[in-house]
Design a protein around this ligand. Structure first.
Ligand SMILES: Nc1ncnc2c1ncn2[C@@H]1O[C@H](COP(=O)(O)OS(=O)(=O)O)[C@@H](OP(=O)(O)O)[C@H]1O
Length: 424
């Protein structure tokens, strides 16, 4: 009663107009907060519903945005470049490859066989270093699952229809990241190493690593060590005869130095490139059994693939052109994969600090991004005489490779030039 009576005293004393304004402002404030809380509680479910039902939306732009959102979480860890840096466990030996290559340049093969003779202590030391590196940078099941678990459940997991099989240090990461910008490409970020290290785990394990795809999307992966793995062609063929294979190749001399630079960054105590490259430097005997050099004998490795796959199922990307003209190389790759040419020069810009082309808008981000610091490393300066000898060593193999692929990569023109390998 007292309250009501005091209220009536209050109302009688305060002008009606002010009271009205006061009540109105209170109502407006109340209305505003009600709407805000309602909006906040609706906002998340609205987006969820939108994403969920989004597949029915036909507008191209909306669908692309939607797909980006759907998969935006699936790429965590992709740029953890350290996970990608692992040494190939090439099971190939030159001798066994040469044995299988009945018709292939007997003379040069013999020569390589002679080069690939017994290991000396340096090679053994190097092998041990490589082995350690292998262990440190192997993708563990947990790492792979961490990436895959982030993958959305939309669509269906499929075995890859296209694989980037090589070559190590060729530019495989740059290619995969550019391809992943394409809305019809979905790729696993880490290297699964299924056909070389994890084959016994079975195809279901492999499929489970893949991201889910919607109809019309291509599933891809990249593991550069497949190119030099003896069993890989047969194993991949038994999985899918019609698979498309992409090989990024680079001047084998520069590739070898890049490979060495990577090992050196982990194991600064390893001998110099010049020491590892020779069995006997005075005699000029090159150690072709050193994996950094062996990987670059592309013609020998390609032979094994050609026993299982026609050339029409293989596409060779020039690692050099991928740097100077990424859009040009991407156009050819998209054609090969039967994709619309969506990744074009609009997607790249040249980053002066990095010294490489970078993506304006990578798959999992709207911000421009370059590859990590382990891509595009500064190479140590190598004795020009050693570089010259290596060019000479690779020349016949390169010629053979050009013949086999029907493409001239013009690595001989780089001979004597100030190749990127000598930048410092
Ligand atoms: N856009 C862009 N950004 C950075 N780096 C680029 C790019 N395009 C090609 N490259 C070259 O890729 C080389 C690394 O090759 P890979 O990705 O195949 O290496 S790995 O085998 O996966 O470790 C890497 O070799 P290094 O320069 O020796 O580090 C680069 O020369």
């Amino acid at each position: 009663m007292a309250f009501w009576s005091s209220t009536s005293v209050f109302t009688s004393k305060v002008p009606r107009k002010i009271l009205f304004m006061f009540t109105l402002s209170l109502s407006v404030t109340y209305l505003f907060y009600s709407l805000m809380s309602c909006y906040n509680s609706l906002q998340f479910p609205l987006q969820e519903n939108y994403l969920y039902h989004g597949r029915l939306v036909t507008e191209e732009t909306t669908f692309v945005t939607l797909r980006e959102k759907l998969y935006s979480t699936s790429s965590q860890g992709y740029f953890d470049e350290e996970l990608d840096e692992r040494t190939a466990t090439e099971q190939t030996t030159i001798v066994s490859t040469v044995k299988n290559n009945a018709g292939f340049e007997g003379r040069t093969a013999e020569w390589v066989r002679a080069q690939a003779a017994p290991t000396n202590s340096i090679t053994a030391m190097h092998t041990a270093a490589m082995e350690r590196e292998h262990q440190e940078f192997s993708t563990t099941d947990n790492e792979l699952r961490r990436v895959v678990n982030c993958t959305s459940d939309y669509g269906e997991k499929k075995l890859p229809q296209a694989i980037i099989i090589g070559v190590k240090k060729g530019g495989t990461r740059a290619l995969l990241e550019a391809l992943r910008v394409h809305p019809d490409v979905r790729a696993v970020g880490n290297e699964p190493h299924f056909f070389d290290r994890n084959y016994e785990k079975g195809l279901d394990w492999y499929r489970d690593l893949m991201p889910s795809t919607l109809e019309g999307q291509i599933t891809m992966e990249k593991t550069p060590s497949y190119f030099v793995t003896t069993n890989a062609p047969k194993r991949i063929h038994s999985m899918a005869k019609d698979i498309k294979l992409i090989i990024v190749v680079r001047n084998p001399v520069t590739r070898a130095i890049s490979d060495y630079t990577q090992t050196l960054s982990k194991k600064p105590e390893i001998p110099s490139f010049e020491v590892l490259a020779f069995k006997n430097r005075t005699l000029g005997l090159i150690d072709a059994s050193w994996s950094a050099l062996r990987i670059g004998i592309y013609a020998l490795h390609l032979e094994s693939w050609m026993q299982y796959f026609p050339l029409s199922q293989m596409h060779f990307v020039s690692g050099e052109r991928l740097i100077v003209d990424p859009a040009g190389e991407m156009a050819k790759v998209q054609d090969f994969l039967g994709l619309k040419r969506i990744v074009t020069d609009k997607h790249f810009y040249f980053n002066k600090t990095k010294g490489f082309p970078c993506l304006k808008k990578p798959e999992d981000s709207s911000a421009p991004r370059c590859l990590g610091k382990s891509k595009g490393r500064t190479h140590p300066k190598i004795d020009p005489d050693v570089i010259r000898r290596l060019h000479k060593f690779y020349k016949p193999f390169n010629m053979m490779f050009y013949q086999m692929t029907g493409q001239n990569f013009q690595w001989e023109l780089e001979e004597g030039a100030d190749s990127p390998s000598s930048r410092d």
